[in-house]
Structures are given as structure tokens and as C-alpha cells.
Design a protein around this ligand. Structure first.
Ligand SMILES: C[S@@+](CC[C@H](N)C(=O)[O-])C[C@H]1O[C@@H](n2cnc3c(N)ncnc32)[C@H](O)[C@@H]1O
Ligand SMILES: Nc1nc2[nH]cc(C(=O)O)c2c(=O)[nH]1
Ligand code: SF4
Ligand SMILES: [Mg+2]
Length: 240
């Protein structure tokens, strides 16, 4: 298994629907396995046993990206699951650098990998109370410190918000790492919705609620509030 990466899906090009480079045209590589079990995880198929990951090495992943994306991409986002569980991603990030492909990673900040330092955009997404997960603050401190001191690219924090307790948690995260660009993201609480148009209305109402809350809060002046654009466009569809 050494060097192999468990891959759940490879798709794109699509737009990055979330966070610091929202709107960026990108391919996705989604890894299998997560050390968390968030109550509202929209990608639970990466860890609940419902779908099976394929162990792949970096060059095979690159071939698959090129087979699907052709000449139509110059940016790849690695998500999961938690991609930071996998040491084999070091070789993939190196391949991207050699080919002049920009890279991004989505992770919750619970596990460190040195290859994170070579990723252009690292999104760190600590989990609020509604997820039913706890935050190991000293681990997160170490994680954020290494990014701040050694990462060549950019990084940001992104907290998903379902309710007021989540917003209080997000404020705590923002105050702990005040120099890190901070994103608040609308939580999707209807993962069963099949009709994109209905989900869109529902999520936009939640976005309106979140924007109004943030406007009231003096501790959240320097933040960005975003919905998941892909959920607005395509609902709960996988692979978009
Ligand atoms: C599926 S996770 C995979 C990467 C990593 N495990 C993490 O959580 O950061 C990607 C992003 O989707 C967010 N997310 C997951 N379920 C969500 C939901 N129901 N509504 C809004 N965002 C969600 C996560 O918080 C994270 O920022
Ligand atoms: N379009 C699109 N943007 C995304 N941003 C983060 C995603 C993820 O699942 O990590 C995601 C995803 O699954 N699709
Ligand atoms: S950390 Fe990310 S992938 Fe893991 S359960 Fe939570 S949202 Fe899902
Ligand atoms: Mg997603």
C-alpha cells in the first residue's frame, strides 16, 4: 500500500464551489477515509462503507485527470474524506508542480503532512458543535503555525454554520487565528433533497440568515460569508 492513495472519485472540470478560491475552474480528486464522523457530512460515502476507494499511485491519478479533463484544466483540488491521512499525496503534489498545475486541499486540520507546504491553497475547516465533533486546539495550533511559517502558498479557515452555537464557535476560531483569511459557509441540512430548485431556495434562505447574523456581530467584521455554489447549481449530486 505504501505510496498508494485511496481514491473515491476523480471528476471535473467544475468550479470550486466553496471558500477561498470559490469560482475557480478545477478538477477534483476525492480520497477515501476520514478520522471524523461529522453529523452532517455531505461526503459520508468516503467513510461510511457505502462506496469503495481504489488504491492508486500519483502517476495513475495524473493519467486519469488528463483522460477526463484533457487540456481543459490547470488546477486540481484534493478533498475527501481527510486527504491529510495519506502520505502518498506528496508524490501527486510534486507531479502537479512539475506540470505547472496549481493545487488546493480541503482538510479539517486534525492531521499534519509535510506535503501541505507545497500546496498552493490549503483550506482548513475546523468543525463546529453541530457536527458533534470536538476540536483538539493544541493540534490545530500546531497545524496553523506550520502553515503560517512554512507554506509557500496561501491558506484560509472555513467554518460551516448551522446555528448560533456554530457561529459562537466560528468567532472563537477567528479570534484565535486573526491573521488567517476567514470564511463562513452555509450548512446544508437537507442532504436528501433530490430537487435542486427546492434545495436552492432553502439554502439561499439559510444564506440570508447567516449574512444577517454576521452583519450584527462586531467580532466578525473581517470575514467572508459564502454558500456552497455547487449545491445551489446542482443540489446534492455527487461528482460535480
Ligand atoms: C466533505 S469535506 C472534506 C474535507 C475535510 N474532511 C474537511 O471536512 O475539511 C469538504 C468541506 O465540506 C464541508 N461540508 C461537509 N458537509 C457539509 C454540509 N452538509 N454543508 C456545508 N458544508 C459541508 C466541510 O466542512 C468541508 O469544509
Ligand atoms: N464543485 C465542488 N466544489 C467543492 N468544494 C469543496 C468540495 C468538497 O466536497 O470538498 C466540493 C465539491 O464536491 N464540488
Ligand atoms: S471531516 Fe470532512 S469528510 Fe470527515 S466527516 Fe467531517 S465533513 Fe465529512
Ligand atoms: Mg462537497
Amino acid at each position: 500500500m505504501s505510496g498508494k492513495i485511496p481514491v473515491l472519485e476523480i471528476f471535473g472540470p467544475t468550479i470550486q464551489g466553496e471558500g477561498m478560491v470559490a469560482g475557480q475552474k478545477t478538477m477534483f480528486v476525492r480520497t477515501g477515509g476520514c478520522d471524523y464522523r461529522c453529523a452532517w457530512c455531505d461526503s459520508a460515502f468516503t467513510w461510511d462503507g457505502s462506496q469503495k476507494a481504489t488504491p492508486m499511485n500519483a502517476s495513475t491519478i495524473m493519467e486519469e485527470l488528463e483522460r477526463i479533463g484533457g487540456e481543459r484544466f490547470s488546477h486540481v483540488t484534493i478533498s475527501g474524506g481527510n486527504p491529510a491521512l495519506h502520505t502518498g499525496i506528496a508524490a501527486l503534489v510534486k507531479l502537479f508542480q512539475e506540470k505547472g498545475i496549481a493545487s488546493a486541499v480541503e482538510t479539517q486540520g486534525s492531521f499534519w503532512q509535510d506535503w501541505l507546504l507545497a500546496v498552493d491553497e490549503v483550506t482548513v475547516s475546523p468543525k463546529p458543535p453541530s457536527s458533534k465533533m470536538g476540536t483538539d486546539w493544541s493540534r490545530l495550533d500546531t497545524f496553523m503555525k506550520r502553515l503560517a511559517e512554512e507554506q509557500a502558498g496561501h491558506h484560509s479557515l472555513k467554518v460551516v454554520i448551522f446555528d448560533e452555537k456554530d457561529l459562537a464557535y466560528a468567532t472563537q476560531v477567528h479570534e484565535r487565528y486573526p491573521d488567517v483569511p476567514f470564511y463562513l459557509q452555509v450548512g446544508n441540512d437537507d442532504l436528501e433533497a433530490l430537487e435542486p430548485a427546492r434545495l436552492r431556495d432553502h439554502l439561499l434562505e439559510k444564506y440570508e440568515w447567516l449574512v444577517a447574523k454576521v452583519m450584527e456581530e462586531s467580532q466578525l467584521n473581517d470575514v467572508r460569508v459564502l454558500p456552497q455554489i455547487h449545491a445551489l447549481l446542482w443540489g446534492n449530486k455527487q461528482g460535480v
